[in-house]
Design a protein around this ligand. Structure first.
Ligand SMILES: Cc1ncc(COP(=O)(O)O)c(C=O)c1O
Length: 377
């Protein structure tokens, strides 16, 4: 049987990975500044992560959500300690898109309304409502287009107000740092206006932290620099360091009811063990604080490159913008210099989303390779 061919693939076959490196079947070492799309948070196959998951596997890997699983409560407490959002409630699922579906569904249940405001260039996933609030017509099937969604620009307070005044909006969903869209951020004042207007018009504010959450931006959640309290916060990627786990944090104003949400796999023992291991390593190795040190180092090194027009993003969620399209540059970085980076819908920008364990010497290696590729272009 052949695979359903939906991914354009690079000619690399990783068979092993350790910390910030990935190895192919011939033993070639690749520096991973992409983190498998911002997923690898504490480094590939971190010894503590491997131990915790292996030990859990020996005990119990899975049972349904019909029984008591104290590991879910332990994880809720861990997330509360790291985020300081002690009064929010945790619901666990398995992917980013599933977290978005649950966030939107909850907003609709809570408000009794169904239109959503999303932002130009947003990416929230590929399932039903998640893809409908994603700004990419090519991946929206007619089925998905049934959702009622209005896209506006970041920082357009007048448009936001006009839409919310129609009183049919259940949610405003935003990324504090756009991922796939190319690292753009809303202004602080606009984020605060979103919160105020959502409260005035009984709409839920959803912060999509699937990519920016779990310490990557230098804060536990990127929205936390704005001093707002979203109704729902979505998370996934870095949460499990590669083990599929996602979740939402729900504001105390939104009440739970049996049957409101549900999932077979969400919150299973292995997923909880993976995420607890992530939090334990983050704390022990002070990874969140380190992201800011590394960001400063990256920006300083980048300043020596006249070809770089702008560095976007925060912490270890960065975009390097050039004034030319970067497809050839990324290929040269992978095939000649064995360095993974990410692309985005902005064709002139490469994304830097390394494991949070990355060190200055890895950025030195990147900039050396970049110099060499730019000189050859
Ligand atoms: C901000 C954001 N939200 C949601 C998603 C969807 O997550 P998943 O691919 O796990 O469904 C992504 C994935 O890239 C994302 O970047």
């Amino acid at each position: 049987m052949k695979l359903f061919d939906v991914y354009p693939l690079y000619e690399v076959t990783p068979v092993k990975a350790k910390d910030v490196y990935v190895y192919d079947e011939k033993g070639t070492e690749y520096l991973d500044l992409y983190g498998g799309h911002a997923v690898i948070s504490i480094g590939h196959s971190h010894p503590h992560y491997v131990r915790r998951l292996s030990e859990q596997l020996e005990q119990i890997a899975f049972y349904s959500n019909a029984i008591q699983n104290p590991m879910q409560q332990e994880l809720a407490e861990g997330i509360a300690t790291h985020s300081c959002l002690h009064d929010y409630r945790l619901f666990l699922c398995s992917t980013g898109a599933e977290a978005i579906e649950n966030a939107l569904k909850l907003a609709s249940f809570h408000t009794g309304k169904k239109r959503v405001i999303a932002f130009n260039n947003a990416f929230h996933g590929r399932t039903s409502a998640a893809v409908a609030v994603t700004d990419n017509a090519a991946i929206n099937a007619p089925l998905n287009q049934q959702h009622q969604v209005t896209f506006i620009d970041f920082n357009d307070s007048a448009a936001l107000k006009k839409e919310l005044q129609k009183e049919d909006v259940c949610a405003v969903i935003f990324e504090s740092i756009q991922g796939v869209g190319g690292l753009d951020e809303p202004q602080a004042e606009f984020v605060q206006t979103m919160e105020t207007l959502c409260n005035q018009h009984q709409a839920c504010l959803i912060a999509d932290e699937v990519q920016s959450g779990f310490g990557r931006s230098g804060m536990f959640f990127a929205f936390q620099q704005y001093n707002i309290r979203p109704h729902v916060i979505t998370m996934a990627k870095g949460m499990g360091n590669g083990f599929p786990i996602g979740g939402i944090l729900v504001h105390p104003d939104i009440k739970a009811k049996y049957g409101l949400l549900g999932t077979t796999f969400g919150g299973n023992y292995l997923a909880c063990a993976a995420s607890l291991a992530v939090l334990e390593v983050m704390e022990k190795e002070k990874l969140q604080a380190r992201t800011l040190v590394l960001e400063a180092y990256f920006r300083e090194k980048a300043a020596a490159f006249p070809e770089i027009k702008k560095i976007k993003g925060r912490g270890l969620m960065l975009g390097v913008e050039f004034d030319f399209e970067i497809a050839t540059l990324r290929k040269a970085l992978i095939y000649q210099h064995h360095i993974f980076t990410g692309g985005s819908s902005n064709k002139k920008l490469i994304r830097i989303l390394p494991p949070l364990t990355v060190k200055e010497k890895h950025f030195d290696q990147f900039f050396q390779a970049l110099r060499s590729v730019l000189d050859e272009l």
